[in-house]
Design a protein around this ligand. Structure first.
Ligand code: UDP
Ligand code: MG
Length: 321
């Protein structure tokens, strides 16, 4: 098959990125023009900035950049919907042969975009950007991330370790991804489910160019929970296992108590009763919590609400290729 030079959209979710935006714009437009001049992508390629309901002047910056350069397009969501949904909004709006998603803070190495395009031209439909070190992250973020990956693996969710949302998707993979209608989006777990030929490119992750992390601990925990409960029901099975084990232990304890009683060896027993109550109470609360989390998910999914609303769309290359 004759390889056709692809058009590329670089999708960048932005939430309060007024400080990082100028660097990001500069870096990504340079990458685009270099790739176009090398003939690796078509000249109708563009950067699509998705403003995820920023409260600062990010959208104004995107608009003014779009007026100045035909390489820049923008999408403004009606309110903050979070990184994953902002990404989905951008990906489902891109009309190019390939997309590369990347964060606005340039922590991911933009020179890898060329390597990703090269891999695509070799026939890979999905190319994951994988960090070969996390030195720039805090020790806390590193440890929690590692624990999270191994937990997810044990729970049966396949994901590429040390890969965040820096990746290339070809049109075939994109079309497949757009068919996933779920509300709870965790792209890192969804993409491997698509199948297709995939490979990795490696890079070292830098510090943010400017601004602060938009992922405070609360959002990290929410993303982790989303990842687990939207992709696996293993925790529900684990509850059943814990239930079985608890029942076994309780029956052994009950038999022991009866024997002690029959031998007339009765003790006051207050401690053991209290421990049993607390233990069982704890297990039940935990189980209810996990079940509740899944029921909540079913409830939200069953509403089938639209994931996002686009308030404004700018850019000159909106025609379908
Ligand atoms: N982001 C977003 N919506 C949010 C939070 C973050 O679109 O609600 C964007 C943010 O602007 C950035 C990317 O998601 O481009 C990753 O966020 P950040 O760099 O703050 O995360 P970290 O690298 O600290 O995990
Ligand atoms: Mg970042």
């Amino acid at each position: 098959m004759l390889f056709k030079t692809p058009s590329l959209a670089i999708v960048v979710p932005c939430y309060n990125e007024k400080d990082a935006f100028p660097y990001c714009l500069d870096g990504l437009t340079t990458v685009l023009s270099t790739l176009i001049s090398k003939g690796k992508i078509r000249d109708n390629s563009y950067v699509l900035f998705v403003d995820d309901g920023s409260k600062d002047n990010t959208w104004e910056q995107i608009k003014s950049a779009s007026r100045k350069s035909t390489f820049v397009q923008g999408l403004k969501l009606s309110r903050n919907r979070g990184h994953q949904i902002a990404l989905m909004a951008g990906l489902s709006n891109a009309n190019t042969d390939v997309t590369v998603s990347i964060d606005a803070d340039l922590q991911d190495d933009i020179s890898c975009i060329e390597k990703m395009i090269d891999k695509y031209s070799e026939g890979f439909e999905i190319v994951y950007g994988v960090r070969d070190n996390r030195d720039s992250d805090s020790a806390f973020k590193r440890t929690t991330a590692n624990k999270f990956y191994s937990l997810m693996n044990r729970l049966g969710v396949n994901q590429v370790p040390n890969h965040a949302d820096f990746r290339l998707l070809g049109r075939t993979a994109l079309t497949a991804l757009n068919k996933f209608k779920e509300q709870n989006v965790y792209l890192r777990g969804l993409i491997p489910l698509l199948g297709y030929k995939s490979t990795n490119v490696y890079y070292s992750r830098d510090e943010r160019v400017a601004g602060e992390s938009k992922y405070p601990l609360k959002k990290m925990v929410a993303l982790a929970l989303e990842g687990i409960t939207s992709l696996t029901i293993t925790p529900l099975r684990m509850i059943a296992m814990v239930g079985i084990v608890t029942c076994l232990i309780s029956s052994i304890a009950a038999i022991y108590a009866v024997i002690e009683k029959l031998q007339g060896d009765t003790v006051a027993g207050w401690t053991s009763v209290m421990i049993a109550i607390f233990f069982l109470g704890g297990v039940q609360m935990l189980s209810l919590g996990i079940i509740g989390e899944y029921i909540g998910k079913i409830y939200m999914e069953s509403k089938n609400r639209p994931k996002f609303f686009i308030e404004e769309k700018i850019g000159s290359k909106n025609e379908i290729q």
